[in-house]
Design a protein around this ligand. Structure first.
Ligand code: NAG
Ligand code: NAG
Ligand code: NAG
Ligand code: NAG
Ligand code: NAG
Length: 311
């Protein structure tokens, strides 16, 4: 009985997708849970702080072993220090790259603060355990030993695969909904650098795509597939995310299996709404139920609006 109910619910879930496929070019209005929210520019732009803080702290700790409180404490606006950040065991070139990304995130935080005002840094959980939990989810198993992002360069890059991409698709989703030209330009410039970071991380991983991640017996490409899959599942709004090696029908112009830039059939960036992003970084698939990297939920009015609907 329970099974039949589940199965019917499953069919209902499939229906809209079927519908889109049959209709071809113009998809019908997205499901309510996939529609963009209506909010003023300031709230939409400030939403980006959540991802920018997460990236800043993860990259700063990974490369240098210190965080925003050591380098630019005023930007945190009194928000609590992150939990669990550590200096990663990186080889020199990867460390240089991540260090540069880290400073770029500080610049982003400053630019957004100067343009629309800041919000306090949310509580962040960048502990090895928080990543291990995400990777267990992605692999649908309990990895043993637990996945440790700080253990070596390859693990750190795989962990990094998880985050800037979400920031990037968030900017892509936000820009069309901004009214002010200055805000649109700011978000577009931020997107540019996020997209660059994502491309570098994916390229570095692609070079090692066939390598087995020790001791798990799964290749780098295999991990990226599963991480992309779990993001799609948690986001609950369709396929907007692909691993590094794909079947040709998902490659650029259906002609290649490499997928260094994840994009749609016209090679345009995928976009995600704020709710989809929270579902992913909370790891709960529910924008009203915080957890994962943001255990107490996001900062700013947009994220807090979803929290307020909590029972
Ligand atoms: C951070 O995540 C780890 C692993 O899930 C968990 O044990 C710990 O309690 C979390 N800390 C906070 C402050 O959320
Ligand atoms: C996860 O694993 C369980 C048990 O091994 C299996 O029943 C389930 O279908 C898997 N889920 C996914 C999404 O692969
Ligand atoms: C991975 O292995 C496949 C099949 O052996 C090969 O075609 C491909 O070039 C390899 N890719 C990389 C990045 O080494
Ligand atoms: C690629 O294949 C898909 C179906 O898998 C098709 O819809 C699309 O038009 C193809 N694109 C090109 C450029 O041939
Ligand atoms: C999300 O969580 C809230 C609060 O726990 C709950 O009321 C709501 O039903 C959940 N939504 C989904 C789609 O599970």
């Amino acid at each position: 009985m329970a099974n039949r109910t589940c199965f019917s619910a499953f069919l209902l879930l499939l229906l809209p997708l079927e519908f889109i496929a049959v209709m071809g070019v113009t998809p019908p209005l997205p499901l309510p849970e996939c529609r963009p929210i209506v909010a003023v520019d300031r709230d939409l732009v400030q939403f980006a702080f959540n991802l920018e803080f997460l990236e800043a702290e993860f990259f700063l700790f990974g490369a240098l072993g210190i965080g925003l409180d050591d380098l630019a404490p005023s930007l945190a606006l009194g928000g609590p220090p992150p939990v669990g950040g550590r200096k990663a065991n990186l080889d020199p070139i990867i460390r240089r790259i991540i260090e540069e990304f880290a400073y770029q995130e500080i610049g982003h935080l400053r630019a957004i603060t100067e343009s629309v005002g800041g919000v306090p840094r949310p509580q962040l959980n960048i502990s090895a355990g928080a990543f291990a939990a995400f990777f267990n989810r992605a692999m649908n198993t309990t990895l043993s030993p637990p996945f440790n992002p700080y253990a070596n360069s390859l693990n750190y890059l795989l962990a990094s695969y998880v985050i800037p991409y979400v920031g990037l698709v968030g900017y892509v989703g936000t820009i069309p909904n901004l009214v002010g030209r200055t805000n649109r330009e700011l978000a577009a410039s931020l997107r540019g650098v996020e997209s660059g970071q994502d491309a570098v991380i994916r390229t570095l991983l692609y070079l090692r795509a066939n390598e087995t991640v020790m001791p798990y017996g799964v290749t780098v490409a295999g991990f990226t597939d599963r991480i992309s899959e779990i993001r799609n599942r948690l986001g609950r709004c369709g396929m907007k995310d692909e691993g590094l090696i794909v079947p040709k029908q998902f490659g650029a112009e259906n002609r290649t299996t490499s997928n260094i830039l994840s994009a749609d059939a016209d090679s345009l960036s995928y976009s995600r709404t704020q709710a989809e992003i929270l579902r992913i970084v909370y790891g709960t698939g529910n924008e009203s139920r915080p957890g994962g990297f943001l255990p107490n939920g996001g900062s700013g009015r947009t994220a807090m609006r979803f929290l307020a609907t909590r029972n």
